[in-house]
Ligand binder design. Structure first.
Ligand SMILES: [Zn+2]
Length: 110
């Protein structure tokens, strides 16, 4: 399961930074085009965090939509899927947001 590996990687990254301290909340950003299911990741995070300082952590997941910019006409538009095609007919489109997968913030209990 793809999301379990991601959850374990996020957990170990956070534990590397905060050590043994208990974590109150974690905020993640998972773009809608990242191919990662936020619900599956949440489930895996809960499983994988048992016995760590993140066991009780609240997980907040932001899911920004995809945004593309056309290099031909410079139009910006929402990208619903991985077909990057501008309304002008050009497929020379840069994906600006939507495929991110990152930890935005971690709040530890002091
Ligand atoms: Zn265009």
């Amino acid at each position: 399961m793809h999301e379990l590996a991601i959850a374990e990687s996020v957990l170990s990254t956070i534990i590397d930074r905060v050590g043994e301290r208990r974590v109150h909340s974690v905020r993640l950003e998972i773009g809608q085009l990242s191919g990662v299911s936020a619900e599956a990741l949440r489930f895996c995070f809960e499983l994988a965090s048992v016995g760590t300082g993140l066991e009780q952590a609240q997980l907040e997941i932001l899911e920004p939509p995809g945004r593309g910019r056309c290099r031909t006409c410079r139009e910006e538009f929402t990208v619903q899927d991985h077909i990057l095609l501008c309304s002008c007919g050009s497929s020379d489109v840069t994906l600006m947001t939507g495929d991110e997968l990152r930890v935005l913030s971690v709040e530890v209990i002091r």
